[in-house]
Write a protein that binds this ligand. Structure first.
Ligand SMILES: Cc1cc2nc3c(=O)[nH]c(=O)nc-3n(C[C@H](O)[C@H](O)[C@H](O)COP(=O)(O)OP(=O)(O)OC[C@H]3O[C@@H](n4cnc5c(N)ncnc54)[C@H](O)[C@@H]3O)c2cc1C
Length: 389
């Protein structure tokens, strides 16, 4: 590839400012939320106020109009600082579906309010209990009735639904038996959850091993105005796919941030903790897992940079985005594992934050796409092996 593409600015100023903001939300803040399964309202408000969640919204709609690498720098810094962007990261990439495929009226109606924070677009309703990873088998059905759609079905793992005003919903509009290709017949909608709640929309929280504000969502004859259909009926799956490389590169950046946080904690502790009359970090048995995880992180980081450079140059980046997401998540996990081991018993104590970050970092090998599905993408689309499913 063109090496000049790799010479991207590192957004040093943005990183510095985001780090300052994050310093106002130390481990104690996240620990309390974790115990109460609370939502980091103040943190999200601070990011919104500073304009970071509107980084990718074009200036004409009130956003900062920054490139994807800037959004990646924001999310990486949040995680490197020990905070967690999972409470709000989706707003950055869900918005892209409206921006790329929404009508002029939809963009005008929603984007400026999302940019200002007046409207929260944090919920993304794709996964269903019966279809799981096999998205094109989803069953939630939106039936057209005059100037509205009537939606029936269920979503699961819809993060942040209780803390969002809008949901980007993927639903079937043509029965599976009537479609020619499995990617057809699904449509994307903007659901105003403020209006729908109690009017056919029910949200139930799911308790998980980390504080993620996950929910399951039920639709029982929920009405959605036909005006809220994004683009053409039946093409929703394509619209969602269009945003996936950006999503994967952003999540990979969070994992890189996590890996850096764990590694810094490991190094600091290994230098300070004296056992047998010397710092534990003097032992190669302690050093090597930390060093190995660091090397893994650096390799994944280079792939993130390559993916971002290609994305911004308008080149295909599915290979880089998928592999960066997988390797980033694995590097974060290796760094997390080394960090717990380095801390010995204290790795399990809440006050060190290591066990909380350990739980949080595990998710990214499963969501938003699991490792097997990344490998399957690489096998089929990069290496040309036969499709396996
Ligand atoms: C905390 C959390 C938050 C989430 N947030 C959202 C959200 O906001 N919106 C949303 O729509 N979804 C969300 N998800 C869903 C997430 O994207 C899915 O969990 C993920 O895609 C995997 O789907 P599944 O859980 O149904 O697993 P399944 O599809 O049941 O898969 C289970 C396992 O089998 C493997 N597997 C399945 N098929 C194959 C195959 N053909 N070859 C090899 N291996 C295979 C998978 O890799 C996985 O390891 C979230 C999930 C979690 C846990």
């Amino acid at each position: 590839m063109d090496q000049s593409l790799l010479d991207k600015p590192s957004h040093a100023e943005i990183r510095e400012e985001v780090a300052k903001l994050c310093a106002r939300f130390p481990g104690e803040y996240w620990r309390k939320l974790d115990q109460a399964r609370g939502y980091p309202t103040e943190f999200v408000a601070a990011l919104t106020e500073a304009g970071y969640l509107a980084a990718l919204i074009p200036e004409e709609y009130g956003g900062a109009g920054l490139p994807l690498s800037a959004a990646a720098a924001i999310l990486e810094t949040i995680h490197e600082a020990g905070c967690n962007a999972a409470a709000c990261h989706a707003q950055m990439y869900i918005m892209g579906t409206i921006l790329r495929h929404g009508s002029a009226a939809q963009k005008q109606r929603y984007l400026p309010k999302i940019a200002s924070g007046e409207l929260r677009l944090q919920a993304f309703g794709v996964t269903e209990p019966t279809s799981g990873t096999d998205t094109t088998s989803l069953r939630t059905f939106a039936r057209r009735e005059g100037d509205r759609y009537i939606v029936n079905g269920q979503k699961v793992w819809t993060s942040r639904a209780e803390h969002s005003d809008l949901m980007l919903l993927l639903a079937r509009t043509t029965p599976k038996e009537q479609i020619r290709s499995r990617t057809e017949g699904l449509s994307a909608f903007i659901v105003d959850m403020r209006q729908a709640l109690g009017q056919g929309l029910t949200i139930r929280p799911i308790r998980t091993m980390m504080n993620h504000n996950s929910t399951e969502v039920f639709f029982d004859n929920m009405a959605v105005a036909a005006d809220n259909l994004i683009g053409d009926e039946g093409r929703g799956f394509r619209y969602i796919l269009d945003g996936m490389n950006a999503e994967r590169l952003l999540i990979a950046s969070e994992s890189i941030g996590d890996a850096k946080w764990f590694t810094r904690r490991s190094v600091d502790y290994a230098k300070e903790r004296i056992v047998f009359g010397r710092p534990i970090g003097q032992n190669q048995g302690v050093q090597f897992p930390i060093a190995r995880a660091y090397a893994q992180m650096r390799a994944a980081e280079l792939l993130v940079h390559e993916g971002l450079a290609r994305f911004e140059a308008g080149l295909h980046c599915g290979e880089q985005a998928n592999m960066a997401k997988m390797l980033g998540a694995e590097a974060a996990w290796a760094a997390a594992e080394a960090c717990v081991q380095t801390h010995g018993g204290f790795g399990f104590a809440e006050e060190y934050d290591v066990e909380r970050k350990f739980r949080e970092a595990r998710l990214y090998q499963v969501a938003p796409i699991s490792t097997n599905l990344v490998l399957s993408y690489v096998a089929e689309h990069v290496l040309g092996l036969p499709r396996s499913y």
